[in-house]
Design a protein. Structure first.
Lengths: 553, 397
């Protein structure tokens, strides 16, 4: 391959076990994350990943530059350009013979070929390969494109689990990347002879983003299709998809989906409308209050009070009566439970009424006509099968109800996997369920009250999900806001475009400065990936989504 | 065995003193500046160095240089030679003490292929040792003796191990100092350094000759040599050699950063340093014709120079009135040139090109920045990078 420079080791800047420097021609185009190789002892090859590139000249000061322009004449020309060169700092990522003594001054540095890059980055012989994007390296004519694979066992267990994607809205395309990975997993599982049984639950939190993932993307270009082919995937949309819309009488009050679309999905038996029925769901009322600060645990006591049917709550059978009964408790001088003050009841009433009156999903009963396709989410999840992809729409619900639904979903999945829903044959339950939730910061940010039941559930999943087979794919704008234990348990991190303030936070401390500023300039469809299998951070790209995109949200 | 000094002792029947070794360039005040600019030049009376004889004081080349900046530069090759000398030890020969001098000689020629491409064309790096001529115990076969001794040294363990080679053993005259006429060279050290300097000049000539041999120099690709062209012919001083040298220098210009302004004499022979000091920016002096002083140095042979000065930096911006002025010289080749001087048009073009070479500057890196031309500076830096470190070199002995 092409020689591009030689190693420099000086008194002040030596080569070390971790890094080395080399000079290159000032006109050579090379960029951070490119892999270079250096001949080393015993005919071995040391691989490095470019971190920083600097251009220097022999000018001793800015003043010399000014004087060289004939004392500040901007139009001045010279016969000779000042002598200059680039020097590059590279991080050592490996040696073909495992020799880690520092590389030697004056040794040649060259670009790597495809096999070298794979070896350097740890992409060679990846077990259980799962495509996660591709790398583009160098400038023509030396440019190479290499598909990148995760070891699936490090993404969806059992070796490592959970994925966290961060990046600012719109520019980072977090949802697209998560869906790309889910698509890759589903594609592989559908084509595998002895595939695992995996099911997918996706929360739609924004517009109509994920409300047509089983319909093809008409805008998918030939180039994108060929990338899917290179990665060993087909460019068909998701299969076995079921949509769950929040129930409302006219269908559209609680969703951004178009009425006609929903109707046709219902007709094709691809969709359900979900409802919450008092009798079955009263135990989950706590989820409505997960974002309410409750230092004295009065909210929790009230929820307990209701769920266990204390006072007159045992007689209640629908949401309306419940609200009425709570209202009764807010009246001054009301005899009964002395432990909970009237003030607390009033607060509870205020919060509860806001949600119950605004939301259409709280209902008295399910329709008994199959064509109405009404269901309880808990029931639906109980019946989830291998390769199923459930899309649960919560985009238009108010924040409390969103939390309530999400909390209910993860609670149901947790119970399903723990075998608490005992009317199902153990072997039929998918061995793994992957949950994707955008805007994780709503449920697991550092500011969420410690008592939040959803936070508890998420912590449980991130800490024990790997062994239970519950895998969390989460996304948020600012990683730094997320609870340490939730992100700490993620084996894979994807960093999309973010802003300068975010990269100055402690979460990004270990990232070299040049990569940090690159994070602020990443293009749409570009990610920096950290995974235990890779020897260094990898800058990958991924193709456009295979499913229908709604241009107007 | 294998120690160079031991080998020298053995071969010369002398005794080494294991005295303190040092880099002579810093310790001994060497008359290097004067060396290049031989005092023996005298103006040729009533002759001009250029064809236009009407110019009285100076002439501005600002507009010509501004016009030429968009053309291909005249200078394509840049030559610089330098040497670093060391006093390695003292040796006793016949009850007299002589210094053993050694040196690293480097001569480099760089080519400017384009504004951004500056490459080495030719480089000579030589290590030499200078011994008194008396080191040869025999009266004859001096060359053979020093050659054999050189081979022995090169085969010695320490030299072999470090992978370097000495290219020559030089001998400096070991006449008693009081018999030495020249007032300046009063120490043997200086004689040793002078002989090493001569060797460097030889290397320079060799490179110029090889460039000419390859037809690389022409009327649109000149060679710019750092320093003066006033070579003294080597030892033999044969006329034939001088003619050859002369012809090699058809497309060569010498540019000196440092010069003795007192030597600027008009055609009547009067010194006129003030004219240089007061030279306006981008102005050049008239060119005068010079030749060696036959009375003093008869063996210098018959060649004449055109010499003129140009100010390339504003006097207000430099630290002395002479900083910012460079001296340009060219050997006169044809009979016509010898008679009437250089064509004024050529003098102007050369000068305008030198003016255009004034940037970039090595300000902050070299105190002589105002007089330095950047390509020459680069060549000098390239040469320096090729030297062995002083410690490394001294420890070969």
């Amino acid at each position: 391959m092409k020689l591009i420079g030689k190693i420099i080791a000086t008194e002040k800047v030596p080569t070390t076990v971790d890094e080395f420097f080399f000079w290159t021609d000032k006109e050579l185009i090379i960029k951070p994350f490119d892999v270079v190789k250096v001949n080393h002892l015993k005919n071995s090859v040391t691989f490095g990943v470019v971190e920083e590139i600097s251009h220097i000249t022999d000018s001793s000061s800015f003043l010399a530059g000014f004087i060289s322009s004939d004392f500040g004449d901007v139009k001045h020309q010279s016969y000779t350009q000042r002598i200059g060169m680039n020097y590059v700092k590279a991080k050592v990522v490996g040696n073909s013979l495992g020799i880690y003594t520092p590389v030697i001054d004056g040794y040649p540095v060259s670009l790597a070929d495809e096999k070298d890059v794979r070896e350097a980055l740890g992409l060679l012989n990846v077990k259980n390969p799962l495509p996660c994007g591709y790398i583009e390296m160098y400038e023509p004519p030396h440019n190479i494109t290499i598909p990148v694979h995760f070891n699936a066992q490090f993404l969806i267990g059992p070796e490592g689990a959970h994925l966290n994607i961060s990046g600012i809205s719109g520019l980072a395309s977090k949802t697209s990347y998560a869906m790309f990975l889910l698509k890759a997993i589903q594609d592989q599982q559908l084509n595998a002879k002895n595939g695992e049984s995996i099911a997918y639950v996706v929360m739609n939190v924004k517009g109509r983003d994920l409300l047509a993932i089983d319909e093809p993307n008409a805008d998918l270009l030939k180039d994108d299709k060929s990338i899917y082919k290179m990665l060993g995937l087909n460019s068909d949309p998701f299969k076995n998809v079921t949509y769950f819309y929040p129930y409302s009488k006219d269908l559209v009050t609680s969703t951004y989906g178009r009425k006609s679309d929903i109707e046709s999905q219902l007709k094709l038996n691809k969709a359900f409308l979900y409802k919450y029925i008092f009798e079955d769901d009263k135990d989950n009322i706590d989820l409505l209050f997960s974002n309410v600060d409750d230092p004295t645990q009065t909210m929790e006591s009230i929820v307990n009070h209701i769920a266990t049917g204390q006072g007159r709550f045992g007689e209640i059978s629908n949401w309306k009566d419940l609200l009425q009964e709570i209202y009764e408790n807010t009246k001054a001088g009301k005899a009964g439970n002395k432990e909970i003050t009237v003030l607390s009841w009033r607060k509870f009433f205020r919060l509860f009424r806001k949600t119950i009156e605004k939301t259409t999903v709280f209902s008295n009963s399910l329709s008994n006509k199959p064509k109405d396709r009404e269901t309880r989410l808990r029931e639906a999840i109980k019946g989830i099968k291998k390769n199923d992809a459930f899309v649960i729409d919560i985009a238009k619900l108010d924040e409390e109800t969103q939390g309530f639904v999400f909390g209910d979903v993860i609670r149901s999945i947790y119970e399903l996997k723990l075998g608490q829903m005992d009317d199902r044959n153990e072997a039929d339950i998918p061995s793994k369920i992957v949950i994707f939730i955008d805007e994780l910061n709503k449920y697991a940010s550092k500011d969420i009250p410690k008592s939040s039941p959803i936070l508890h559930q998420l912590l449980d999943i991130s800490e024990r999900g790997r062994s239970l087979g519950i895998i969390l794919f989460s996304a948020e704008q600012f990683k730094n806001d997320i609870h340490d234990r939730v992100k700490g348990n993620c084996s894979t991190h994807a960093y999309g475009r973010t802003n300068a303030i975010e990269v100055s936070k402690p979460d990004y401390q270990y990232i070299p400065p040049v990569y940090k500023s690159m994070l602020t300039r990443l293009k749409q469809g570009e990610y920096v990936i950290q995974n235990p299998v890779f020897r260094s951070l990898i800058n990958i790209k991924f193709p456009k989504p295979v499913y229908k995109q709604f241009k107007n949200g | 065995m294998g120690n160079i000094l031991t080998l020298l002792e053995d071969a010369s029947n002398g005794t080494c003193y294991k005295s303190y070794r040092y880099c002579a360039d810093e310790e001994i005040k060497v008359p290097t500046i004067n060396y290049e600019e031989t005092q023996s030049l005298t103006p040729v009376k009533d002759r001009y160095g250029e064809t236009d004889t009407t110019m009285k004081h100076s002439k501005s080349l600002e507009s010509l240089s501004a016009r030429l900046i968009n053309n291909k530069p005249l200078f394509r090759y840049f030559l610089d030679g330098s040497r670093r000398t060391y006093k390695v030890d003292d040796i006793e020969l016949n009850r007299r003490i002589f210094p053993i001098m050694a040196g690293q000689i480097g001569v480099a020629c760089c080519e400017r292929q384009s504004a951004s491409q500056f490459k080495c064309k030719d480089v000579e790096n030589n290590l030499v040792i200078a011994l008194p001529s008396e080191a040869n115990p025999e009266n004859r076969n001096s060359e053979l003796f020093f050659n054999n001794l050189k081979d022995k040294i090169n085969n010695g363990a320490r030299v072999t191990k470090s992978g370097v080679k000495f290219s020559k053993l030089l001998s400096y005259p070991s006449r008693k100092l009081d018999q030495y006429q020249d007032g300046e060279n009063k120490k043997y050290e200086h004689l040793g350094i002078a002989i090493i300097q001569d060797e460097m000049i030889e290397s320079e000539k060799k490179i110029v000759s090889s460039l000419t041999g390859k037809n690389l120099l022409s009327d649109n690709s000149f060679l710019l040599k750092d320093g003066s062209l006033q070579y003294k012919p080597m030892k033999t001083g044969e006329f034939k050699e001088l003619t050859k040298i002369k012809n090699n220098y058809r497309w060569v210009i010498g540019v000196s950063k440092l010069f003795n302004p007192e030597l600027f004499k008009d055609k009547s022979g009067k010194s006129n340093a003030a004219a240089i000091a007061n030279l306006p920016i981008y102005h050049r002096t008239p060119a005068f014709m010079f030749q060696h002083d036959f009375e003093k140095q008869q063996y210098y042979g018959d060649y004449k120079f055109s010499i003129w000065y140009v100010r390339i930096r504003d006097k207000n911006r430099t630290e002395s009135p002479f900083a910012g002025v460079v001296k340009i010289e060219k050997i006169l080749i044809t009979d016509y040139e010898n008679e009437s001087g250089l064509d004024t048009e050529l003098v102007d073009i050369i000068t305008a090109n030198i003016i255009n070479e004034r940037t970039p500057v090595c300000y902050g890196k070299d105190s002589r920045w105002a007089n330095h031309l950047y390509p020459v500076y680069l060549t000098e830096q390239f040469l320096k990078s090729k030297y062995l470190s002083d410690l490394h070199f001294l420890n070969l002995f």
